[in-house]
Design a protein around this ligand. Structure first.
Ligand SMILES: Cc1ncc(COP(=O)(O)O)c(C=O)c1O
Length: 405
């Protein structure tokens, strides 16, 4: 470890909460980002294969300029009239099915999920929720209760009585587990929350037909269906703009975060008129920073860039090229158990822990992460400008690393 990194680590240990983790055995000191690349203090370039927050690219010049322009003019809250927030709400709802027509803006995925739960409770007057095994929905008290990945993990205290955990489905027949939970409930159902492609659980693709049956069962019991699209939204999966669209379902509440601000703290909840009306019960909703002028200017620009640069189509095309390369590795490396996903939402499941592989990739200049309850899934979720030649470099390097054993 160079001395600068050693100093930073020691100061961090002293000044910051120790349960903030650091990626990789050899910590990275990243000082600059540009599109799909990150640069360390020694000017070494890393190909970013997993930071999905920088959706349209690290420090995308158009997004930076839009933020800077608005920062020079005005940045205040939603209690003043502004066209920006309306234009953003209009353009955002245009990406969603017609029934999802009312927006709320907050500052993170956690805040957005937290608000989604408040909306669901206001609408159903119920509390009990169904979640999927290994799910993660955010860092607040309520969301830790709704996140088996946290409350069933180290330091967790298990699920509270109002949270019911459904099996991560291996086939459409597993919808029956949700149906059984619904049938056995002894309290009214508030709703079901899930990522439409569970990421933290290991880059999982839900079986076709599963969400349809689950949504029907939940709605049949008076509950609402919340799609957490924090990781999967905005064209990442290539085939669709949102992952729920892949299954032909329409949620009652959609939650957005990470990519929509390209790194600027921005979260959104979009719901139906009826649910928004239930929430409008006399109590004011206000978020000091949520929906401020700068956030809206940035959000609008990110959305514009996604469309202008055809990033969804790009993710599909380059994702297919990347998948072909990974499948070819699968033929030759027994350590690979399964390759799944689409577009720029891919997982390489290994038969053993993946952290060693990911650390060796980092040594070779490619950044990837691990997911899944056994940390044996390599997650590939690059910034969307990732190219065919980046994909070739990733596959070739992974080949070298896996060949070394
Ligand atoms: C699926 C999902 N939902 C919600 C969140 C919480 O978002 P944030 O960290 O912006 O609060 C995350 C963060 O990792 C996430 O992966």
């Amino acid at each position: 470890m160079n001395t600068r990194i050693g100093d930073l680590m020691a100061t961090r240990q002293r000044l910051l909460g120790r349960n903030l983790s650091v990626a990789y055995e050899k910590p990275l000191y990243i000082v600059r980002g540009s599109m799909q690349y990150l640069y360390d203090d020694e000017r070494r370039r890393y190909l970013d294969g997993y930071n999905n927050v920088a959706h349209v690219g690290h420090c995308h010049p158009k997004v930076v300029a839009a933020g800077q322009r608005q920062m020079e003019r005005l940045n205040t809250n939603t209690r003043y009239l502004s066209e920006l927030i309306l234009e953003y709400a209009e353009k955002l709802t245009a990406t969603l099915p017609e029934s999802l027509s009312v927006c709320f803006f907050v500052n993170s995925g956690s805040e957005a999920n937290e608000l989604a739960i408040r909306l669901a409770r206001a609408h159903t007057k119920a509390r009990d929720m169904i979640v999927l095994e290994h799910a993660y929905h955010g860092n607040t008290t309520t969301l830790i209760d709704l996140s088996p990945y946290k409350h069933h993990g180290r330091g967790g205290e298990g699920a509270p009585a109002w949270v019911h955990t459904a099996r991560l489905p291996a086939s459409v027949a597993d919808a029956q587990h949700v149906i059984e939970i619904v049938q056995k409930l002894d309290a009214p159902l508030c709703g079901f929350i899930a990522e439409s492609m569970p990421s933290v659980a290991g880059q999982i693709v839900l079986p076709d037909g599963y969400l349809n049956q689950v949504y029907d069962a939940v709605r049949g019991a008076g509950g609402v269906c919340i799609a957490d699209e924090v990781q999967t939204g905005f064209g990442r999966i290539g085939t669709h703009f949102y992952a729920f669209e892949k299954y032909g379902v329409v949620p009652d509440i959609v939650v957005l975060g990470k990519p929509i601000g390209n790194g600027h703290p921005l979260g959104a909840v979009i719901t139906t008129r009826r649910i928004a009306e239930s929430f409008d019960n006399g109590m004011e909703f206000f978020s000091t920073f949520g929906g401020n002028n700068v956030s809206c200017a940035i959000g609008l620009k990110v959305l514009e860039v996604v469309h202008e640069e055809s990033l969804q189509t790009h993710a599909l095309k380059v994702g297919e090229h990347l998948l072909a390369g990974l499948h070819e590795l699968d033929q030759r490396h027994e350590v690979i158990r399964e390759i799944r996903g689409s577009g720029f939402f891919l997982g390489v499941e290994l038969v053993e822990e993946a952290s060693c592989v990911v650390n060796q990739m980092r040594e070779r200049g490619i950044l990837m992460g691990t997911e899944g309850p056994r940390h044996n899934v390599i997650k590939i979720r690059p910034p969307m400008p990732f190219t065919d030649s980046d994909a070739d470099q990733l596959v070739q390097t992974l080949d070298e690393v896996l060949s070394r054993g």
